[in-house]
Design a protein around this ligand. Structure first.
Ligand code: XIL
Length: 299
């Protein structure tokens, strides 16, 4: 196959990119996205600060632009994200526990409800763990306690019963304290029937990232009975060093049958959130990089 999306489809997987509404007016951006990719994650447009900037006042327009273009092309859409300490609307952190609990429930039911039946997956909870494997002391954790994560998953299942519900995090690209903390939570959720379907591995990496236990880590999660996805892949660097890391990540996903797809965190280095790291598959002129060929070769 001659595109990332078509190559991934040969094994039933998708290959997605994070997309920003702000670049949809640029023809080369849209052309590269729609020619190469079969999946999309709105880079910022579904985050709390954007979709519910004031309590119970919803702004779905920016994300709707991406969703409608993606749907017309039959892409898989990953919703990102319902509950996260980052890019959170300011009003949320001032609430007391009972108001925070109802605000979280309302946010999930309104936002997941808005796109009900249209999304492949939701990152229901994002980045809730510390590097040492304990819970991050976010406003949700501090005011609601450990139960907020399972409450969020239950609310998301009610709001959009057909979306795959994922937990998503970074620096879990191997067997380590953080990934083990999350593994223990997922195992507990599965044993108690908390509705979780997938784990997202952001995979913001560099050319010197060590990936010796990357595949084994994906596999141990898959063995719990959840799908796994690479959700925000980017690799700082250039040339063969960068290409090798992309190759290893892609090979790991291909080797794990429950790894259902890969999403890179942007189309072109020009608009990457780590722009100075030139971490994506297309350069600033939408030229295919060595990393692109490495990925295409192993899909
Ligand atoms: C980043 C976006 O790419 C930036 O445009 C924004 O300014 C900050 O957030 N982990 C995540 C993503 O889950 O939502 C983040 O996206 C990158 C790190």
């Amino acid at each position: 196959a001659s595109t990332l999306g078509a190559a991934a489809a040969q094994s039933g997987r998708y290959f997605g990119a994070a997309i920003s509404t702000s670049h949809l007016g640029e023809a080369a951006y849209v052309n590269t996205w729609t020619a190469e990719f079969t999946g999309v994650t709105p880079e910022n447009e579904m985050k709390w600060a954007t979709v519910e900037p004031n309590r119970n006042q919803f702004n779905f327009g920016p994300a709707d632009q991406i969703v409608s273009q993606a749907r017309s092309r039959g892409m898989k859409i990953r919703g990102h994200t319902l509950v996260w300490h980052g890019q959170l609307a300011g009003w949320v952190s001032g609430l007391d526990a009972s108001n925070l609990r109802s605000a979280m429930q309302n946010h999930i039911s309104q936002v997941a409800g808005h796109w009900k039946g249209q999304l492949y997956a939701w990152d229901v909870v994002n980045e809730a763990f510390e590097e040492n494997g304990t819970r991050r002391q976010s406003v949700f954790q501090q005011k609601l306690g450990d139960g907020y994560i399972e409450d969020a998953f239950r609310a998301a299942r009610t709001a959009d019963p057909n979306a795959k519900l994922c937990y998503n995090d970074y620096n879990i690209d191997g067997v380590n304290a953080k990934s083990t903390g999350i593994y223990t939570m997922v195992r507990d959720f599965k044993s108690r029937g908390v509705p979780i379907d997938c784990v997202g591995f952001q995979s913001h990496l560099g050319s010197n990232s060590t990936l010796s236990s990357y595949q084994a880590n994906l596999q141990r999660f898959a063995d719990l009975g959840v799908d796994v996805q690479i959700t925000e892949l980017d690799v700082g660097g250039s040339g063969s060093g960068q290409a090798n890391v992309y190759r290893q990540v892609t090979q790991a996903c291909m080797a794990v049958s429950r790894c259902t797809g890969i999403t890179v965190w942007g189309v072109t280095d020009k608009y990457s959130w780590r722009s100075s790291d030139t971490p994506l598959l297309f350069d600033g002129n939408y030229g295919k990089k060595q990393a692109y060929t490495a990925v295409l070769d192993v899909l």
